[in-house]
Design a binder for this molecule. Sequence first.
Ligand code: AMP
Length: 282
Amino acid sequence: MMKLIRDPRQMHLFSAKARRAGRTIGLVPTMGYLHEGHLSLAHRARRDMDITVMSIFVNPAQFGPKEDLKKYPRDLKHDMKLAKDAGVDAIFYPSTEAMYPDGYKTYVGVRELSDILCGRSRPGHFTGVTTVVVKLFNIVECDVVYFGQKDAQQALIIKKMAADLNMPLKIKVMPIIREKDGLAMSSRNKYLSPGERRDAAVLHKALLLAKSLIRRGRKAPAYLVSRMKDLIRKKKSARIDYIDIVDARDLSPVKSIKGKVLILLAVWIGKTRLIDNIIING
Ligand code: AMP
C-alpha cells in the first residue's frame, strides 16, 4: 500500500522507522502533475533503494510574483495512481502552511550560480528551490535524491549546496525524457495550444542543430548561438529568453567548444516559458 503523508512530522517518523529497520531511502522531489520524466526518476529510485518517497509540493518560494503559481497544473488523484504504479512507497504532500508557517524566516542560497542563466530572468527562483530542497532533505532524511537533467542549472546548484554544506546524501541526475518530436516533457507543456505545441519542438531542434554544427567542426559559441536563434525565430509563437553555452561542470562561460559543454536555452512559446539543454563532449 502506498502511503499519502501530509504532516512533515509524520513523514519524518516514517523515515526514522525505515532507517531503524536498516532500509535505504530514495527521494524524488516534484511539483506534481506527473509525467514520464518524473516517473523515470521514481523507477530509478525503486531500482536502487529499499524505500522510494516522492514529494509533491508546488513550492511558492520558487515562483516570482508574476509567475504561474496559481495556475500551475495540479491533479493529486492521477498523480497518486501514476506514483503507485511506479512503485512509490510514500507520497509526501505537505500544505504550504506546514512548510512555511507564519513567521517563517530561513532561506538557503547558493551564490553566483543562482544569479546567472535562468536566475537572471527569475530572481529569487533558485533560493526558493534550494530552501525547499533542504527542508525536504531534513524531513525525509533520504540517502539518495533523484533530479532530472531537464533542470540542469537546478541540479548543479543543488549538488554544489550539498557539497558545500556537507550534506550526508548522494545526488543522482537522470537523463531528459522527451516526447516523440523531441520536446522535453514538462508539466507546463499543458499550457500550450495545439499550434504552440507544434512550435515548441523547435527548442530541441535548435539544440540538435548546435550539436551537428559542432560535429562539423564549428567551435565558436557565438556562431552556434546565432544559428540557433535564427532557427527559433522562424516560429511565430517563440520569443527567446536566453541561449548560452557554458562549462558543464560549473556553468562558467566557454570561449570554445572543448571538454564537456552544456548548451541551455529558455524560450517563451506564447505565454509559456520552456527550458531545455544538451551536454556535448567537444
Ligand atoms: P518538477 O515537477 O517540474 O519540479 O520536476 C521534478 C523533477 O523531475 C526535477 O528533478 C526535474 O528535473 C525532473 N524532470 C522534469 N521533467 C523531466 C524530464 N522531461 N526528464 C527528466 N526529468 C525531468
